[in-house]
Structure formats: structure tokens, C-alpha cells
Design a protein around this ligand. Structure first.
Ligand code: CP
Ligand code: NVA
Length: 307
């Protein structure tokens, strides 16, 4: 049984396989007659809708559940929630306040557990982002991506995924908000060139893609004032994009705040791929579900041959 708590739970080859499966216009109905539980302890637009439609496309039935309904750690332990939901569902997805909740659920071995965003990581977003770039460029290896802004959950998964795909990474974050050095070491151990820049202008120089995210993530609302102060000067605007490579594209997982971490001229401009990213959340989740249920490669061939 495989889980996806962060993107490096996969090998680079498995990551590429999931991207391939995400491109399948006629995926195997690996969830026929099965349920998938989708728990959300935090709000969601893209992830809930993308996951529900991905499950439906594979013949399954998604059941979205608000965090307070199940009360993980309040009404029941994460382990008991996982064991019970696995009685009805083939896969469990959860968006959680605390990454350790996912680890506890996965440790039961009751069903595959997918991280739909935690305080630490957002691997299904990274899958969609790589799918978006691969569709644009045809390949990923040798490209250079810059992350500007908060070294947060989305950054962590994006940087690891980029490194796993043979890309170079440059990082432009203010002191105190940089990506965990453990993640940078892990990206380098994957063979990636990772450059930590002091200024966003240095980070984007020569980059083929520039990515950012909100400066205040869900659960950090109390830190908003300090964060807005620390990130002043890290907005992705047309001038900053002008320092990237010719034809560079802009990525943002959304939701976005125009005039805060990104200027309208960029997110609504011709270099922006944000709607492609949002759309690809669904395709990437479909590919992930096929893979986690063993429907890739040989399984897929069998399914097709018996149709
Ligand atoms: N990008 C993303 O995860 O969006 P939601 O929070 O709307 O799911
Ligand atoms: N970093 C953001 C991403 C939202 C999709 C958050 O955790 O709130």
C-alpha cells in the first residue's frame, strides 16, 4: 500500500508515471463501485472540486467531509478515523492543520492516504504544477524554476518535485521565511542545483518559470502583520518577471491576492499559467488515484483488453 504525504514519497520514476497517467484521456475505472473520503480541516475550492471530479471520472463516489464533522483528535483519534473510513472507502484524502495527523492515519495501513495540503506539504499541487510545465515545455529536465516569497508548504513540495524532475531551482525568500534547509539538502541530494538568493531579482534571473504563493497561509492569520512587513519587496510584478528568461511563465497555486504577492499585470497577463494549474489539479489527482490503486501500466492494459 502506498501513501502520498509529500512528493518525495514517490521515486522520480513514479512521479513521471503519475504525470503520464494524468494525460490519459480514457483512464481505467479503478474506483468503480468504490468510495473516496475527502476530509477538509481547512477551506478549499480547487482541491475539493478537482478531487471529487477525479474520483467521479474513475467510476468512484467521493464523500467530502468537513473537519469538524469527524473531529479528528477531538471526537476520535486520527487512527480510528482512518480505520473507520477505510470500511467504506478505497482511498482517504485529507487536508489537515497538522501534518502528523496524516502520518497517524497512514500508519494504520487501513487505506492509502493522500495529503490534500498540510502545514508541511502540498504534493498534489506539485503534481499539477509539473504537469502544467511539462505540457508547455514537453519535458522538464534542465529547465530552471524560481520560487519567490514564503518557503511554505507549497514551496516545499514544488522544490522537491522540481528536483526529482531534473530541474534547477533558485529561491528568493526573506530571512526567517526561507525553505527548511532539510528540504534544500534533500533537493540537492536528488542531484538538483539549488541556489538560495538574497533578493528576488537574483532568484528569477534566467528562470524559465517563476512561482509564488500567498504570504499568509491558512492557520497563520495571527502572523499577518509581521509577514506582510517581511515580504515587502517580494511581490512578483512585471519588472521582476522582466528579469526572468525570455518567455518565462508565472505559476501560483491560488487563491491569490492581487497587489500583495503578485501584481494583476502578471497573474492576469500572458505569462500566467494559473488557470492551467487549476485545471491540471483534476488531471493530476486522477493520475495519482490510478497509480495508487495499481491501475497504471499492466493493470491499465488488462482493463482495456477486457472492455
Ligand atoms: N491550490 C489549492 O490547493 O487551492 P484550494 O485551497 O482552493 O484547494
Ligand atoms: N500556502 C497556502 C496554500 C493554499 C492552497 C496555505 O497553506 O494556505
Amino acid at each position: 500500500m502506498r501513501h502520498l504525504l509529500d512528493i518525495d514519497d514517490l521515486s522520480p520514476a513514479e512521479l513521471a508515471t503519475i504525470l503520464d497517467l494524468a494525460e490519459d484521456p480514457d483512464p481505467p475505472r479503478v474506483l468503480a463501485g468504490c468510495g473516496v473520503a475527502l476530509i477538509f480541516e481547512k477551506p478549499s475550492n480547487r482541491t475539493r472540486n478537482a478531487a471529487e471530479m477525479a474520483v467521479t471520472a474513475l467510476g468512484g463516489h467521493p464523500v467530502s467531509i468537513r473537519g469538524e464533522e469527524v473531529g479528528i483528535g477531538v471526537r476520535e483519534s486520527p487512527e480510528d478515523v482512518a480505520r473507520v473510513l477505510a470500511c467504506y472507502h478505497a482511498v482517504l484524502g485529507a487536508r489537515v492543520d497538522d501534518h502528523r495527523t496524516l502520518e497517524a492515519m497512514a500508519a494504520t495501513g487501513a487505506a492509502p492516504v493522500l495529503n490534500l495540503l498540510s502545514d508541511r506539504a502540498h504534493p498534489t499541487q506539485a503534481l499539477a504544477d509539473l504537469l502544467t510545465l511539462r505540457r508547455l515545455w514537453g519535458g522538464l529536465a534542465g529547465r530552471r524554476v524560481a520560487w519567490v516569497g514564503d518557503g511554505n508548504n507549497v514551496a516545499r513540495s514544488f522544490v522537491l518535485a522540481a528536483a526529482m524532475s531534473g530541474m534547477e531551482v533558485s529561491l528568493g525568500s526573506p530571512p526567517g521565511y526561507r525553505l527548511d534547509p532539510v528540504v534544500i539538502d534533500a533537493a540537492r541530494a536528488l542531484g538538483a542545483r539549488v541556489v538560495e538568493a538574497d533578493r528576488p531579482e537574483q532568484a528569477v534571473a534566467g528562470a524559465d518559470a517563476v512561482a509564488t504563493d500567498v504570504w499568509v497561509s491558512m492557520g497563520q492569520e495571527d502572523e499577518a502583520a509581521a509577514r506582510l512587513d517581511a515580504f515587502a519587496g517580494y511581490r512578483v510584478d512585471a519588472e521582476l518577471m522582466g528579469g526572468a528568461a525570455q518567455g518565462a511563465v508565472f505559476l501560483h497555486c491560488l487563491p491569490a491576492h492581487r497587489g500583495v504577492e503578485v501584481a494583476s499585470e502578471v497573474i492576469d497577463g500572458p505569462s500566467s499559467l494559473v488557470w492551467e494549474q487549476a485545471s491540471n489539479r483534476m488531471h493530476a489527482l486522477r493520475g495519482l488515484l490510478v497509480w495508487v490503486l495499481g491501475g497504471g501500466a499492466a493493470g491499465h492494459a488488462v482493463e482495456r483488453s477486457t472492455r
